[in-house]
Ligand binder design. Sequence first.
Ligand SMILES: [Zn+2]
Length: 168
Amino acid sequence: MFSQTRLVWIMLILRPAIFLDRDGVINVDHGYPHKLKYFAFMPDAETAIKRAHHKNIPIFIVTNQGGIGLGYFDITAMRQFHDHMLAQIADAGGHITDIAYCPHHPKSPDPVMRDCDCRKPKPGMILDLARRQVKLADGGADDISNRRITRTRRRHIRPLPIARPVGP
Ligand SMILES: [Zn+2]
């Protein structure tokens, strides 16, 4: 049997997954989006998500939501935004496996909300998602698993450019 730590490591190497940013990739980014009435998909986002889902590739959203740390909106508003988005993705035949968000911002008025290990480009959110996926019950091996996953991530997670519409 593999240890749980090793399982995380093996999962990241062998199982393809897609990690998507949220704002400007799935939904239109007009600056700290959080109001449902302004929610709109980026062109073809629903189709791309549906296709990946039909190929059984899990899709994760990894999103910096510094607007929370800046006090522009709260976690409840973000969750409502996510519920709305997930419902529309489901209607389109897609599925999001999990969402990780960073509520922190280096310019937050609240010192506790300034520094973290999760705000991209730090790897905290991907590590969290990996742990959640294998439901790591024992946190004792975290340091080892973090080092391994970080190394694995450097070697096996490839950023892909996403074409954005040009012009008006
Ligand atoms: Zn964070």
